[in-house]
Design a protein around this ligand. Sequence first.
Ligand code: C2E
Ligand code: CA
Ligand code: CA
Length: 658
Amino acid sequence: MSIQKDKKIKRLHRKHVWPAVLSMFLFISAFTFIILVALGLFMESILSGKLGHAAENTQKVAQIISEEKISNEEELKRITKEIQKTLTDVEDVCIVNANSETIMKSGVAEPELERALLFPEYNNLMLYLSGESEDTLHIENGEVRFEVRDVLENFYASKEPGDDYDRTMLQVNFWSSSPMLTDDLNIFVKNQIVIKETETRSFIVFVAMSIFIIVVFAIYFIIFIIGLFIDQKKLTKLLYLDTVTGGNNWTYLKAKGEKLIKKTKHSRAKYVLIHVKMNKYQSFCTCYGVKEGNEILELMNNVLQQNIGKKEVAVHYARADYAMLLRYETNESLEQRLETISERLGSVRPEQRLEFNMGVYAISDIYTDMDTMYNNASIARSSLNEDGDKRICWYSDEMQEQQLWERKVEDTMEEALKQKEFQVYLQPKYSPKEEVLSGAEALVRWISPEEGFVPPNRFIPIFEKNGFILKLDDYMISEVARQQAQWISEGKNVVPISVNVSRAHFTKVDLAEHICRLVDQYNVPHEVIELELTESAFFEDKEVLLGTVRKLREYGFTVSMDDFGAGYSSLNSLKEIPLDVIKLDAEFFRGNDEAGKGKIIVNETIDLAKKLNMRTVAEGIETKEQVDFLAELGCDLIQGYYFAKPMPLKEFEQKAFC
Ligand code: C2E
Ligand code: CA
Ligand code: CA
């Protein structure tokens, strides 16, 4: 998958959720902050008024007690009770001497004198905090601050069943002092500040409204964010949906697979990524229709899902390709499992004999990206032949090199053809008895400015796969025809030259006409051109092949069967196809033949060819002994290193015509 696509998916995952969460958080914090500030300012203004009132009270108490001339504590208690009738905020009274010692007190409470504060703005009110008031009043640089949090806590803490707390918003106790008019004594009054709910009603309405708004917005935001999450889940599902099978797609495997693989970092579990491909899917669709093709893809996906474990993933990749991320222990056990899966996939349509090739990439580095892994599995799979017996192939580094080479070849082949980097080499064929040069085979050589001399086995199989062989063979036929025309025009006694015609050509119905046109450009008699067809070509569409061979012979070309005896030999094809020449494969003459069986077969084949009116050419002949043996059997021509290797045209010219 492209980097662009990956980025877009990541962006979709984050879509809208975080901005929404952030704006909710900012909105609620800002709103709460404003309310708290307003509450604080309001409470402070009320408290300031109350403090002034307390200062006045203290002075009044000091005046009354000074005038009464109290001599004992009982009197103090009595007078305090009297005072409390008119000054209801007064709770307790204490008389303290100059050494700060309590002389008399009306109750049990005493001020903590070391924690005194002077408020000049309230008639020099001295404030002595008791433990409880300190919680509520926060004193900073001589200023009384009111802590809203504490106020509310106090308010609710004071609430008890049956209390008429709803009328009392806040109750604060503190000591204040004033000098007595007589002696050196100080009078201490424990005040009570009570803030009634009625005093704060409008403010409470404001706070309640604000809390209500905050709650409404919070609910709205939460619903909105939940909605976004649900949307995102749906979007993700859609993102992972494979529209052909209704299952999951490659994006899903990537996302889940990466997590599963990373977990193996601390475990001994091993994973493989597999490319599974149904062979000949295109032909299947041509025969049964695309709809049926899609149905089979869905059924196959179901089979794969049934055959994977919890920590494994299988998805449809594209067309008839699937990807599987499987755990495994040994290569053998995995291969067995894959064979079973392959059988089960095949049983989806038993009557149609479906076949599957699998490329396996063993994951060794968990940080390799999934696309590369899948590509490697595909490289392994593509090395398998659709018609071959092997169905499973493991990826190896050499495959990667081969892949790179193939890439290079594909990138340069067109230009190489234009630049005439492909050159015709000729390998002479000799008559065994007279040892006279009587023919030749044209073999291509790639002389690359970058790679140097490249032998055909390094590029012909690639061209056969990608179809470029058609162009190359046309080029070779044309070049040979051109060369023959030139030699004829020079009055040389030319010999027939055979050209290889790849099996890929045999799908063309007008192949014979096509070859004719190529050769006729140079006005060459067709007899000097021979066409070598490989035996495997005979197994393709027989009717087309038969028609082509017949027409070629009618046009006057010689047709030979190349590599006879290699691979699957078919004697039947000798019967059916009207050929001129059989080329005995070099394999007949390789290895030791102590039992002499090879010789018997060669003998019989040459005999058979003669009876069928065909000539024989033996390939890959390297020794005098082989030449003598073939001469004795009556083999018509010999091609091999014993006589000559393939050579450039100039060299051949000297050998053939001098
Ligand atoms: P082939 O058609 O069977 O060609 C014969 C191959 O055997 C040639 O290999 C030749 O060099 C080699 N050979 C000949 N005599 C001896 C011998 O005595 N000993 C040994 N060890 N080898 C011998 P080459 O040229 O490497 O070609 C390999 C194959 O590439 C050819 O096999 C043919 O299938 C293909 N090829 C070459 N040129 C063309 C072409 O122009 N078109 C097509 N379609 N295929 C070509
Ligand atoms: Ca050949
Ligand atoms: Ca051959």
